[in-house]
Design a protein around this ligand. Structure first.
Ligand SMILES: [Mn+2]
Length: 324
């Protein structure tokens, strides 16, 4: 048994008939891969399943079979009470699902499956494993506990989550990650299709945005590096998926002698998103948590709303200087 909670979770699933599964805002291959594969297992158990996301699923993830079934809904307006159970994967807190800070929590049983260190648990039951690469890796352990066999499309979906969250085995790789990936490849996971769509299919306009980032890179005297882009300069790029996250991973986390880094973009006037990356062991999730965000030590993020760009930048810079 990988997790003592697996049996309890199975009992809760057995007791439910209509089960909701969610993907987080700004969906990635881990949230989509985990929702799709868990959804398929629940359907095989005879459950009525709906997959919901507060955002559209980006086209580059459409190679994951079953992702076309994910419905986009505004969670604030969703009729949760028509469902028996809500399983939330890859989500460290409600703000990754509800955009409005004054949302009401769903009044149905909630199970959380997550590996983010900033997730301290919410809902009826939380299965948290901080020593794992991704929720897709956790699900491999859970399916193993349940005696569920993994089909070829599920193997591709699950490996897509592991490869996405580890940046192709560069970070957040733990003891069982390679072993689990090996098992998935033996089940038929299509690693070349995953790599092509996740790492070799970037839109030209996204690469052009990286040019803006590179030109604005600033090194702080305490050793971290940052880029901050106000709305005026960001508005032409705001519609492109993954600008901030991909620039953070592809550029900011690779700078020699930089302890950690952040990229801040003003998504709308007065609404700023910031992504942190660390290459030296500095736990950036501590900073993200101060602003109501979360994530992993090496990669985390937060939103700062209702303040000017300059004020947000000042606050984040002060927090970064204080832990440097
Ligand atoms: Mn994840």
């Amino acid at each position: 048994m990988n997790y003592p909670e697996s049996a309890v979770m199975r009992d809760q699933i057995n007791a439910a008939q209509k089960i909701l599964l969610s993907c987080h805002h700004h969906p990635d291959s881990d949230t989509v891969g985990s929702a799709v594969s868990l959804g398929r297992v629940l359907e095989d158990m005879g459950k009525t399943v709906k997959l919901i996301c507060p955002d559209h699923i980006p086209p580059f993830l459409s190679f994951i079979e079953g992702s076309e079934k994910i419905e986009t809904h505004k969670f604030e307006d969703f009729a949760f009470n028509e469902w028996d159970l809500f399983i939330v994967c890859d989500t460290s807190n409600w703000s990754r699902l509800f955009i409005d800070p004054h949302f009401t929590e769903p009044k149905i049983p909630v199970i959380v499956i997550d590996n983010h260190t900033s997730n301290k648990g919410f809902g009826e039951m939380s299965l948290l494993d901080y020593k794992t690469s991704s929720v897709c890796e956790m699900l491999c352990n859970i399916f193993d506990d349940w005696g569920v066999s993994i089909t070829k499309p599920m193997a591709t979906a699950l490996l897509a989550g592991i490869l996405g969250d580890t940046g192709s085995f560069q970070f957040e790789v733990f003891d069982k990650t390679f072993e689990t990936a090996d098992k998935l490849i033996k089940k038929g996971a299509d690693i070349s299709t995953i790599n092509f769509h996740l790492f070799q299919s970037l839109p030209l306009e996204l690469i052009k945005f990286w040019g803006v980032v590179i030109n604005k890179l600033t090194k702080d005297e305490t050793g971290f590096t940052y880029v901050a882009i106000p709305y005026d300069e960001y508005k032409d790029f705001v519609h492109i998926y993954g600008t901030r996250e991909t620039a953070a991973s592809a550029i900011l986390s690779k700078i020699k002698d930089s302890t950690f880094s952040f990229i801040m973009t003003e998504e709308q006037p007065g609404s700023v998103s910031v992504s942190f990356r660390s290459r030296t062991g500095v736990d950036t999730s501590v900073i993200a948590l101060q602003f109501g965000g979360g994530g992993h030590p090496a990669a985390s993020g937060a939103w700062l709303r209702g303040m000017s760009f300059d004020e947000a930048l000042h606050k984040v810079l002060s927090a970064c200087k204080s832990i440097s």
